[in-house]
Design a protein around this ligand. Sequence first.
Ligand code: DX5
Ligand code: ZN
Length: 227
Amino acid sequence: MPQISPSILSADFARLADEAEAVRGSDWLHVDVMDNHFVPNLTLGVPVVESLARATDIPLDCHLMIEDPDRWAPQFVEAGAGSITFHVEAAAAPVRLAREIRAKGARASMALKPGTPIEPYEDLLPELDMLLIMTVEPGFGGQAFLDIMLPKIRRTRELIAKHDLELWLQVDGGVSASTIERCAEAGADVFVAGSAVYGAEDPAEAVRNLRELAAKASADAWWACEH
Ligand code: DX5
Ligand code: ZN
């Protein structure tokens, strides 16, 4: 079953607990941490994640768009995040970091910006619980989906099948009712959606609709059929 992770970047930051409640039934809550160095935007840090983890039952999917994730990621696990995604472009020692995140009890995930290829990281995949393929340049919500990322999603799904891995494949950026099916067909199974969820009249209904579209699109895909 595909999973949906609504991004609170498109929510009202003054009412985060209510905004989490508004997407009741979603699989994860996607929390975009930006430091104004790795990306040209600044959002929130450990104390906010700590409070949000206490305020909702939905597990937190923390996407760290920050420099020096080797130093900071463990603190986000301690703050209560269920999944931590670091960017490989920023990590000094991705294998050591993934192992540390897992050892502390969270799912370990690695993200690739649009210009970063997957192939050099084939041997690292068994160290991860999820791989995030960015479908926009990280930094802002509401950007247009990059179709040119679909071949990378497909190639990553082929690597997951080749090595018979239990690795989730997440996409983030411009995912909406009009792009989610392409992502699902190509091999994604965890979908971040910010503006498509929080811009909707009924965010919980938008989550259900996205999940249904993804489920239908992946039902006949080669990669889902084999499993
Ligand atoms: C962008 C963030 C995304 C963002 C997605 O850098 O990583 O999670 O919130 O927003 P939408 O779904 O509006 O493209
Ligand atoms: Zn994100």
